[in-house]
Design a protein around this ligand. Structure first.
Ligand code: B1M
Length: 228
C-alpha cells in the first residue's frame, strides 16, 4: 500500500476515493482518511455508505491481513486511530445531533479482558441517532461496572460487546450475575461483536443479539418503543 500521496484526493472519483480511503486507513494515515471522508460527505454521499464502504470496508482488509500475520498490533493500532479520525466526522450525522433521548438510557461497554472499542463506539453512535441517551463504560469492564452503571442510571437496555473468542464467554458471567440478582426483568440485555451469533446469545441467555450497528439500534429502538 502507498505511503506518500503526491496527488489531490479531490481529483479522484467516488469509487477511487473510497479505495484510496481504504488504502489510507490501512496505512494508518489519520489526516488523509479524515480528508477523504470529508470530501465524500461534501459530495453528498450518505454517511452510512461512507462508513460501510470506506471505513468498515477498509478495516475488513486490515482484519484479514492481521489474521494472516501481514499486519501486527502496532500497525493495527494506527489503522484503528485512522478509522476513528473518520468516525469523528460521521458521528454528528449518524447520531443526528438533534439530542432526542426519548427512548431512555442505554448502558454499553466492552467486556473484561477486551480492549476492542470501534464496533462498540459505532453501535453507541447509532443508538444516539435512534433516540437513546448512551452511557459508555468504555473497554475492559468487569461485571461490577455493569452492575454499578445499571444501578446508577436505570437503563432500558444494557449492552455488552466482545471481539475475542476468549472474552465472549464473560458475557455469560455478567448475565448470570444479573439473573442471580433478579435484574433480568427490569433491564433488557443485548450482546454483540464479530465472533458472536444468535446461537451463542441463546446459549448464555442473552435476550437480544445485535449483528451490526444499524440492526442493533433498530432492534433496541423497537424494544424501547414497545415499553412506551
Ligand atoms: Co484485534 N483481533 N486483537 N485488535 N482486531 C480481532 C478481533 C481478530 C479477529 C483479528 C484476526 O485475527 N483476524 C482477532 C480475534 C481472534 C479470535 O478471538 N478468534 C484479534 C486478536 C487476536 C487480537 C489480539 C489478541 C492480538 C494480540 O495482541 N496478539 C489483541 C487483543 C487485545 C485485547 O482486547 N485484550 C488485539 C488487539 C487489537 C488492537 C488493539 C490492535 C485493535 C483494536 C483497536 C480498538 O478497537 N480501539 C484491533 C483490531 C482493530 C482488530 C480488528 C482488525 C478490527 C476490529 C474492528 O474494529 N472492526 C479485528 C479483525 C476483525 O474484526 N475483522 C481484530 C470494525 C468494527 C466496525 O466491527 O468490532 O465487529 P466490529 O463491530 C460491529 C459488530 O460486531 C457489531 O456492530 C459493530 C458495527 O457494525 N457489534 C455489536 C460490536 N459490538 C456490539 C455490541 C452490540 C451490538 C452489536 O450490542 C451491545
Amino acid at each position: 500500500m502507498s505511503d506518500d500521496q503526491d496527488f489531490d484526493l479531490k481529483d479522484l472519483d467516488d469509487g477511487e476515493l473510497v479505495e484510496q480511503i481504504q488504502d489510507d486507513l490501512y496505512d494508518g494515515l489519520e489526516g488523509e482518511v479524515a480528508e477523504g471522508v470529508e470530501i465524500l460527505l461534501d459530495r453528498g454521499q450518505d454517511a452510512n455508505d461512507v462508513l460501510g464502504n470506506a471505513l468498515v470496508g477498509g478495516m475488513k482488509i486490515v482484519g484479514e491481513d492481521f489474521r494472516d500475520g501481514i499486519l501486527f498490533v502496532p500497525e493495527v493500532l494506527k489503522c484503528a486511530a485512522a478509522m476513528k479520525a473518520g468516525m469523528v466526522l460521521l458521528r454528528p450525522i449518524l447520531a443526528n445531533s438533534s439530542i432526542d433521548i426519548s427512548l431512555g438510557k442505554f448502558v454499553i461497554g466492552t467486556v473484561k479482558g477486551d480492549i476492542h472499542d470501534i464496533g462498540k463506539n459505532l453501535v453507541g453512535m447509532m443508538l444516539e441517532g435512534a433516540g437513546f441517551e448512551v452511557i459508555d463504560l468504555g473497554i475492559n469492564n468487569p461485571v461490577e461496572n455493569y452492575l454499578e452503571a445499571c444501578d446508577e442510571h436505570k437503563p432500558v437496555i444494557m449492552g455488552m460487546s466482545a471481539l475475542l473468542t476468549t472474552t465472549m464467554p464473560y458475557m455469560g458471567v455478567v448475565i448470570e450475575e444479573f439473573d442471580k440478582r433478579g435484574m433480568m426483568d427490569d433491564i433488557h440485555i443485548m450482546v454483540g461483536g464479530a465472533p458472536l451469533n444468535q446461537e451463542f446469545a441463546d446459549a448464555i441467555g442473552a435476550p437480544a443479539y445485535g449483528r451490526d450497528a444499524a440492526r442493533s439500534s433498530e432492534m433496541a429502538a423497537d424494544y424501547a418503543r414497545s415499553l412506551q
